[in-house]
Structures are given as structure tokens and as C-alpha cells.
Design a protein around this ligand. Sequence first.
Ligand code: PMP
Length: 438
Amino acid sequence: ATVPNDLEAFWMPFTANRSFKKAPRMLVRAKDMHYWSAEGRQLIDGAAGLWCVNAGHSREPIVKAIQDQAVEMDFSPPFQVGNPKAFQLATKVAALAPGDLDHVFFANSGSEAVDTALKIAIAYHNVTGQGARQRLIGRVRGYHGVGFGGIAVGGMVPNRKMFGSALPAVDHLPATYNRAEQGFSRGEPEWGGHLADDLENIVGLHDASTIAAVIVEPMAGSTGVLPPPKGYLQKLRQICDKYGILLIFDEVITGFGRLSAAFAAERYGVVPDMITFAKGVTSGTVPMGGVIVRKGIYDAFMKGPEHVVELFHGYTYSAHPLACAAGLATLDLYEKEDLFGNAKRLEDKWADAVHSLKGLPNVVDIRTIGIVGAIDLAPKPDAPGKRGMEVMDETFHRQDVLIRIAGDSIVLSPPLMLNENNIGEIVDKVGKAIKAIA
Ligand code: PMP
């Protein structure tokens, strides 16, 4: 290939957004609550990178742990041999999870974690002799990454339509959000809708004994912040129990303090059969993901006195030593600085600040929960998403705050090391951007 040394030309990472060609949004440095742009401007991080930098950027103890590990041992195979930090990290992650969720399967991203959980669900029913439970149930407006399983159970049709149906036997629960009834919610909205019936209706379409698992994000994040209505997750648990269906919480976003608790499962007092995690486990430093499973699921795959795992699944980089070292240092920091407690203490102040944007031009809804916020703007007639991109440009280039856009929604999820001043600054800058593009 001919490689042009120019952003205007083709040579771009395939994952980058093409609109970069006009006004590239480039980040080159980060520390604690801030990023620096290629032009040297300091931006406050209102998005924790991409929902992941929960401990703050380039924190010294995490950086040092990664450096030390790189010197000590770069890699160890995850099969047949092991590395002690993998065991330590699995123990610490499991200790944060509720109930008897006490074994961890390591992967390298949220997408891998989701595909791992879906495969474990189907395999579990096979090894326990419950026959061919192959069907999976996701939810409309759910996001579960970009693996084959993840796009199949994901509830965004445009994301999967160019790939065919991905996996065949999948149904989707209806989305739980309804602006007319729940608009401008703080925490979990009330909802008088058809909570109980949705899953029963889907089960009624099939033989219940063909359904392997239900997967939901406790709070749908990437598709625009949809907190669970009161009682919804508890109801899913009850119905899954009734029919022997496994319940998977995808906590790639909600894990590690985002909803003011280690996991959303803890916040809601619901013990799912599996929890997927990624992002916050290493605070965004080294890629890692994984699945925490209940003891009974783990035991089903352990065979004989040698404890051989009967599950053909795993990655070369499962429990990579650098990721394990980063994970241990990250969890240590969460504990030492009580960052989940910080989120809890600031949750009300955060909600007050974000909801103060009500009344600004084009603001049609605001939702907050934990240290997450979404501000929906009215789409431009005939150009959905355009207003969102305008705010993105304004916040990045002129207000010096990093946000995330989901269509015409502004999504906020700053690092959990934030303080009240940071909250004020982020919300003030976002408000100025909304006014500027009105
Ligand atoms: N599940 C959820 C709930 C997510 O939010 C994401 C990523 N935003 C994923 C899975 C996929 O994670 P990754 O991008 O690390 O593959």
C-alpha cells in the first residue's frame, strides 16, 4: 500500500469515525480527571474514557504494577499452567460479587465476556443433562458487544442487520423505557407497565425447556442510559427460576462502582447466575474481561479427582499477567480510596447537577442513576443524530469536556474519583455546549 502521511487521506484505523477527517478529535495524554488534546488543550473527562476509567487516568499504582509485571514476567499460558496473580484477581473479583458467584472465567473484552457467558449457559444445560436448551433471550435496546453472540442478543437492529441474524434462536424482551411515563427520572423509575408479562409471553411462544438464558444489562448504557424500573430485575429472577432459565447480568458498564455499588446485582439485591465484566476491572489500562459464575455452574464442568474443566473455551490471552497485575492494582485503589463509596456519597449531588440542565434548548429528557447521566436532545427534523454530533464537536473543540453521544443523547459517566467541583465543571460545560448549538 501507498501510505499517505496525512489525516485527510484514506489511511485511518478502520474503527475511527470518518468525520475525523474534517476536525480530528485527537487525545494524546491523560492524568486523573483530565485528557489533553493534540493541540495541548486540557479537557475534563466526562465519560471515563469509554465507561471504563473508573479509578481516573494513568494512576501511579496501576501504572507501576503494569511496569513491574512487564519486567517480571510478560506472559504465561492460561492452559495447563497458571500465574498466581490470576488466582488472586479471580478471588478479589468474586469477593465483590453477591451470593455464590464465586468462580471467574477470564477473557479480554466485554464482547468476549458476553460470548463466553452465552456459551457457558448453553453448555451448562448440556452437561447437566437438561438437553438442548439453545434459545437465548436479550432485550430491545440492549448492547452486548460485537461478538457473534453479542450482536445476536443485542437489541439494536441496525447494528446486526448487515450480518444476517447472527445466531438463529434469539428473542428480545421489549425495552423497559417509556419517556411519557418515566421522563426526567432519578434512580430507578416507577413503571406501571407490563413488567411481569414480557418474559412470560416469550416463554409462552416456545417450550420453556428450550430456553438457555436471559441476558440483560441491569442498566442499558450504550444505547442511551435506561435504568431498570423498580422491581424489574427481581421479576426477571423469579421467572427465570420458575423455568430453569439462567439469568445473566451484563455488567460491563455497571460493574466496579458505576451505580454506587461494586455490581448492580448488589444494588438491586438480585443474584444472577452469571455476571459479565470488563472495562472497570483494569480501569481501562490493559484489556480484560470475564464472567463470574455461580458455584453450581462451575461445579457442573469440573470432572473427576483431577478437576479437569470440561468446557472447550478459552483465549491465549485469558488472565494475561499484565491485565491481572493491572486488575489487582485497580481493585486495590478502589478499596483504598473508597471510590464506590465516593460514587454513593455524590450520587444525589450528581443527579441535582445533571437535572439542572432541564429547560435548556432542545432538552427533552434527562435520566440519572449512580454516576451516570443522559440528556436527550430533540433530533433535528429529517436528520436524527446530527444534533448529537454538533454537541460532540462543541464540547470537544470549544468547551473542553469529553462526553459520549448516543444518537441525539449526551451520555455522561465521569471517573469515580470525581469531586463536587468536577461535577460542577462537567455539567457547566455541557450546558454551555447545549446553548451554543441551539
Ligand atoms: N456489554 C456491554 C454492556 C457494553 O457496554 C460493552 C461495551 N460498551 C460490551 C459488552 C462490549 O465490550 P467491549 O467493547 O470491551 O468488547
